[in-house]
Design a protein around this ligand. Sequence first.
Ligand code: SDX
Length: 374
Amino acid sequence: MPDKQAAAAIASGLEGIEAGTTSVCSVEQGQLLYRGYEIHDLAEHATFEEVAHLLLVGHKPSTSELAAFKRELAPLRNVPEWILDVVRRVAPKSHPMDALRTGVSLLSHIDPDVADNSLAANLRKAKRLLAAIPTVIGAGQRAIDGKATVAPDPSLGHAANLLYVMTGERPSDLIARAMDVSLILYAEHEFNASTFTCRTIAGTLSDMHSAVCGGIGALKGPLHGGANEAAMEMLKEVGTLENVRAFMDNAFATKRKIMGFGHRVYKNGDHRAPILREWGLKLTKERPQFRKWFDIGDAVQKIMLDEKKIHPNVDFPCGLTYFTMGIPVPQYTPIFVASRITGWCAHIMEQHADNRLIRPLSVYTGPAKRSWNG
Ligand code: SDX
């Protein structure tokens, strides 16, 4: 028993355990690769649609394949009114992640392939989900704002359309590209908690929509995707540059977690964080009133690095960047979903294509055998 308990302690949170194989993404050897393409390369040269194709279809699209992919996705953005109506009803009183989870669940009821786990059907479902999720997010946000739903614009890319259906305004090229890059950075990250959840659900031979609902539930938590919202809420609580020192001293004294910092895999920094910080800073050139929040963030970051040797993860600059775009904070994690849906679906397809039930063991720590009648 002591040996077993020691083993369980070593694997606490499954840290360091290789729990399966994947050809979708690698975080080995100090690099983040999507199907072999390095994340800086993708953030600089690719668009989100190209990355989505890479992840879902399995290869970098040719010019004609990309055009066909976009043509196929555009009409799939339309979501039946009865589904949007439910989303509009629940959105004003719910967290947007809950409304989105409900929306995705409802989408399963109109998907003709819902119970078909073949590769072809899964790819069709993945495209429908990718295209429809911004529409669901947009309808929810517009209901929260007390405004009419905005129909998706087929002429806009995924990132620009996502902003358009939320705000009713077409974003500038700079904002659209900043959002596009953030979606590229968020698209995939091997066996993170939500993707592993999706794979576990898919591993029972359950369907893609069920797995994605589970993924949304896992991503919502503040230790995972919910950190982008929590990081910005925390910075708002800090409020001023002058308050940073006192805030951090109090956080350290009370063992409060600094949201948007730390990572299970990256101990020397998250590859994605500096890329997104640069994009956020670019936005502040046009919106200088938001620069103050980056200064506060930098001061928090310096103290975390100097005193705890803990780096920011992608969610920290994401909070700042989306705040600078004027997006309501509770929508940050749903936007993560609008991107990670590609990674989740790629993993669900990979799991279904070569499935074995995911069912580990536990180390029992309860009472020894005893009799019910004493
Ligand atoms: C994402 O895995 C992925 O790929 C996820 C993700 C993706 O793309 O899918 O990258 C997206 O989820 C990013 C992570 C977002 N979460 C946060 O920002 C929440 C704040 N960070 C943490 O609570 C924490 O760092 C985790 C959850 C991210 C990682 O947790 P671990 O690996 O279990 O690490 P830990 O909590 O055991 O921390 C180790 C030490 C502890 O100190 P000691 O007890 O050893 O003295 O580091 C400290 C922790 O207290 N620490 C922090 C801290 N993060 C770690 N201390 C203060 N603030 C923090 N943020």
